[in-house]
Design a binder for this molecule. Structure first.
Ligand SMILES: CSC[C@@H](O)[C@@H](O)C(=O)COP(=O)(O)O
Length: 352
């Protein structure tokens, strides 16, 4: 059974505390929007799709308890709360797109005089609940398309070796995962030889979370430190790199976990195809290029300490951007639930 990062039933939400993994498995109760904001901001839940789903579900839980019977007040409160949730972490676009969609829904339900306050609440909560199912379906499609593309581009019909960065699996989504979904799909096709996952300093999503998921799924895998990437590509044949995304601009420039950009440069140098696996909810067609993507900077303590232990020399200045932007020119293809697109062909998605 795959790992369950989000446990939801109507009126109740618990999330697996990813700060404690892999050593402890503990679920945290999310009672409403304030809790939702905190678990996202503290990174107890992380990964672009999971951030969006947990944020919206925290609103669904709060709304379920709310006895408000004035649709206009409900609409106004929903808008304020969604904008607040979006502010918890700025780089991933998924929560912003979900918030825009939900605000539009609230506007139309509020304006429609045939809709009662009870119906408003029911339809609004159901729309949020639908995100859980849709995300898993989308990830499975991403997995299939990514698997097909990688196998088609690899030489012969031998086994493939994949390098991935950060965590994009069940823990980062509603289930199955994006880049890790492609890896799962390759494993299911029996063509996967080996996966290399980076530690992903400083927060160690690779060492703590991806390694945990790979071991859990019994996928043959090896953990490497981030600085081994070029040496790995130079010494072992890597079939492809597959990573996730927090925001893809209209021209294909992609913001993802810090370190992705240098992996893409190494991949280009070694002739290794570099894929981004991302649902359409990670694509921000309103941004023409990656230059305008806001990059979150995290507290320096995430760099200076490992757990409670300080490792950096006291007094040193730190810079801790959480993401970087990989230019479209370094990306072979963007794997979505609608198929695999060259970065300069994202506008074609709309016609699919
Ligand atoms: C399917 S998750 C895609 C991305 O969100 C992932 O690669 C990533 O960068 C996560 O960053 P994080 O800071 O852990 O939220």
């Amino acid at each position: 059974m795959s790992l369950e990062s989000i446990r939801y039933s109507r009126g109740s939400l618990d999330i697996l505390d990813q700060l404690l993994l892999p050593l402890q498995t503990r679920y945290v109760k999310v009672e409403g929007v304030e809790d939702g904001w905190k678990v996202i901001n503290k990174m107890q839940v992380r990964g672009a799709p999971a951030i969006a789903i947990v944020g919206c579900l925290s609103l669904a839980v709060e709304l379920e308890k709310d006895n408000n019977s004035d649709k206009k007040v409900m609409r106004q409160e929903i808008e304020g709360k969604l904008n607040y949730l979006v502010s918890a972490r700025p780089t991933a676009v998924n929560i912003k797109l979900a918030a825009d969609e939900l605000i539009n829904l609230a506007n139309s339900l509020s304006a429609d005089e045939t809709v009662t306050p009870e119906e408003f609440k029911e339809r609004f909560i159901s729309r949020i609940e639908g995100m859980l199912i849709k995300d898993i379906e989308d990830n499975k499609a991403i997995g299939r398309y990514g698997c097909e593309a990688i196998l088609k581009n690899s030489e012969g019909d031998g086994p493939v070796r994949i390098l991935t960065h950060c965590n994009t699996g069940s823990l980062a989504t509603a289930g199955y995962g994006t880049a890790l979904g492609v890896i799962r799909s390759l494993q299911e096709s029996k063509r996967l030889d080996h996966v290399y996952c980076t530690e992903t300093r400083p927060y160690n999503q690779g060492a703590r979370l991806t390694a945990y998921e790979l071991v859990h799924e019994k996928i043959p895998s090896t953990l490497i430190v981030d600085s081994v990437v070029s040496a790995l590509m130079n010494s072992r044949r890597i079939t492809a790199v597959v990573v996730g995304a927090d925001r893809v601009a209209a021209n294909g420039d992609t913001a993802n976990k810090i370190g992705t950009y240098q992996i893409a440069i190494a991949a280009k140098h070694h002739g290794v195809p570099f894929y981004v696996a991302a649902p359409l909810t990670s694509i921000d067609m309103s941004l023409t290029s990656g230059e305008r993507i806001k990059i979150e900077e995290r507290p320096e303590r995430e760099m200076t300490h490992v757990g409670v232990h300080r490792i950096a020399a006291p007094g040193i200045n730190c810079w801790n951007p959480s993401f970087d932007v990989t230019p479209a020119a370094l990306i072979t293809g963007i794997i979505t639930e609608k198929g695999v697109f060259a970065p300069d062909k994202l506008s074609e998605i709309e016609s699919k």
